[in-house]
Design a protein around this ligand. Sequence first.
Ligand code: FES
Length: 101
Amino acid sequence: MPTVIFHKNGSAYEGEVRPNTNLVVRAGIKQFPFPHLSYGCGMGKCAKCTCKVLAGAENLGTPNWKEKKQLGDKLDQGYRLACQLWIQHDVELVQEDPPGA
Ligand code: FES
């Protein structure tokens, strides 16, 4: 079972998820990383679920066109859209607050 470490507001939360898990779907049914993960549309359109990958990026699928459209150069800095990720292996993510939040 993949272990997900999720950092938010200076705290780290850890949980095990089933292989091929989508974290936004889980948060939507109030499972880890609920209530810490911020998200919106769940469809790759709003970028509210943007996270930076701290570890395990090599195990994630290649970014799809929605991520390329929303994130642009930020993809190269390690950012991904959580709603577009299907977790297969251990991963560590941080979600930063938007500027001014
Ligand atoms: S929740 Fe809107 S882009 Fe991921």
